[in-house]
Design a protein around this ligand. Sequence first.
Ligand code: NAP
Length: 283
Amino acid sequence: MPHLLLSGRPVADALLESLKADIKKLDPKLVVVQVGDDPASASYIKQKLKSCESVGLRHEHKHLNEKTTLDELMSMIGELNADEDVTGFIVQLPLPKALQSHVPEVIRAIDPKKDIDGFGAYNIGKMFLSVEFEHLPPATPSGVIEMLKFYKIPIEGKHAVIVGRSNIVGKPLAIMLLNRGATVTVCNSKTKNLAEITRQADILCSAVGSPKMITKDMVKAGAVVIDIGVSRVDGKLCGDVDFDAVSEVASAITPVPGGVGPMTVASLIRNCVTAKKRQMSAE
Ligand code: NAP
């Protein structure tokens, strides 16, 4: 079956272009806090800052060393919360081992108005209400929704199956699809007969991080396949989906890299602009 390649670059470029006028007018500022030197994080941060650059968004990279204590990190978060010049900021995950168990505390410390990753309970909770309250949605699910919209893929009435239930990808994506009228099934590592469930999907989204685990026999003919997973195999980026084989049955499919990844960055920048607008209207 000839498939539509759901490339993320043109969608991300269109989204970034649409934000330029507001960025010029409102002059928001985005800050990225990095603790330690995780190589994958360094590469994601580089992409984020490059995109800020490309749209003229003011940005700052605060790089703390591996041995930073929780108190030091919390103190920086406090400063960023109080700094009126900072519109929004993210604390890049994962944190170094010593701080990993404190991630919920760290996320909770971020002012919800500046939580442009949308990971905090306030912003996640609002999403449960309806599309209208998805003010600062997590960037990756938001990017997936934008991509479906760009390629005119209907959501309403479709059965969406999501593999993965993390708080930053699987669960918020489920809510966003549900808000748009999909029937949603969310799978996890304990799910029995995974293939039986994925084969029912009109829209199959995988967010696991297990290379090529979604094989051709797990996909219904004509399904739309969104691969969110990113792993490194022999130094190369690889998705959750066995792309070549699944392409033979899918009607549309995202590549890895070049699919959801660019959308995540563009959605984060959109959140920064939204945060600025909402901060100004609240004054
Ligand atoms: P995560 O927190 O590790 O969550 C992975 C999820 O997959 C968990 O819910 C886990 O289930 C589930 N899972 C593991 N093995 C499974 C199996 N055999 N069958 C069904 N479900 C299984 O990861 P994440 O942060 O959501 O990220 C997921 C992937 O997306 C990673 O590869 C990450 O790098 C990638 N990602 C990409 C972008 C992007 O911009 N492209 C952005 C964010 C994340 P349990 O909950 O039961 O353990």
